[in-house]
Design a protein around this ligand. Sequence first.
Ligand SMILES: Cc1ncc(COP(=O)(O)O)c(C=O)c1O
Length: 499
Amino acid sequence: MAAGIDGTGDDGMGEGTGEGMREGMDDGTGHSVGDGVGGRRHGDGAGPADRARARRRDEAVRAAVECGLLGPGTPLVGLLDVRGIRESAAALREAFEAVVAPGTPVLHAFAVKATPLVPVLRLLHEEGVGAEVASPGELALARAAGVPPAATVLDSPAKTGAELREALELGIAVNADNPQELDRIDALVGSCPSPRSPLGIRVNPQVGGGSIEALSTATATSKFGVALRDEGAREWVVRACLDRPWLTRLHAHTGSQGIPLSLMAQGAARTYALAEEINARAGRRQIDTLDIGGGLPVNFGSEATAPTYAQYARLLAEVVPGLFDGRYGLVTEFGRSLLAKQGTVVARVEYTKSAGGRPVAVTHAGVQVATRTVYAPGAWPLRLAAYDAKGRPKSGPEAVQDVAGPACFAGDLLAEARALPLLEPGDHVAALDTGAYYFAHHYAYNSLPRPGIYGFAPDGSGGVAFATAREPQAPEEIVTEAGGAHASALTTLRASGRP
Ligand SMILES: Cc1ncc(COP(=O)(O)O)c(C=O)c1O
């Protein structure tokens, strides 16, 4: 393997970051991007595991160029660090094992929306992580990956009657989003005293939002769940449970990126308090499981994994001790925090130019793989790393430059005015921390093809092994998906036409 980028030479199996809450970790957004040198100044508390992950990433980029996965004909790839994913899942399991009473049933259900790829779901399943699904497509992916119904949770806010029926027939856990959905579940459950599916109600603890409004699900007016502090809503939830002995769960997802940990913990605390009230009024432990959702923010500003699952689990244990004392089973639904730092999208620099005195590198990664960053760069800045034509970390003096994508609008930029070693045609640029909600979420602007996605791992003899997680999209597939089989449908349409 090539030399590590920081020369520490550790094996990367150690704990990711320091213990305890560090200053600044509770802002929910991590740190600002701009740690420079091609994304390679670790700073900000990167631990041995973080540095090892960065070295594996550098190795994988070099190997991808060397073996031709990445080249003039395939100028864009997504890479997933298989060891990193396993380590991330282990960190999650261990964090909660450390705080729950022995014997507590715990299901970590990966939010499939974060990385909807069957091989990723299979890998996580092998690591003891189930699936949280929010659409028929996501359920199909989880099933294709072999995730069993007992490890699957259905949460969407717009479940159709057919979806509910399927979930109940399969025995998948369902969290009802609203009173109308509960009516539908009533009809499906009928007089059956104990349906196969664990059933719950999603509540909105209304603890407030974080720094990214679009991802704040516990605001006063959020569309999700029953808004607990609205007049009469709490009593409605209590009554709904007392009237239905089969309602045994409460669910709250307080929000995603941008939500401070303290707010997430408050959301869990309010949900716990409601469960206690229901159980007291029922005179038995009717609510036996609390689903605390996902939402652990990811640090997009540096290599450090921060905050960690361990920090969040300890905070929960401090703020809501009763949550972990063994009286409640636990479900979590983390997405971004499991996968973001395990993914990298790498693009070839096709051309370079200068406009208004600023260098511009035109690459093959833009809005199609980094949609949020391109449309909302202030909320979603990404670290970039520069590599040379052979895939080696690029050094040299930095120049402030724009890193552009291939799409035909001016804002299609991975980064504007970013200091990086001056990129040249044939070089490569990597967008880091893109394993969740990025390259697996293709946006088909300009009919740009979905890139191939490859998992990588050490090959056991000093090199890197790759496995295809998703094939690159071929032009014929683009045509098929764009109505290719119906080319004459509109020109031949007559008044009486029916599909
Ligand atoms: C209900 C629910 N659970 C879990 C998640 C995953 O959140 P994150 O990827 O931030 O962990 C989401 C994200 O939208 C969600 O809506």
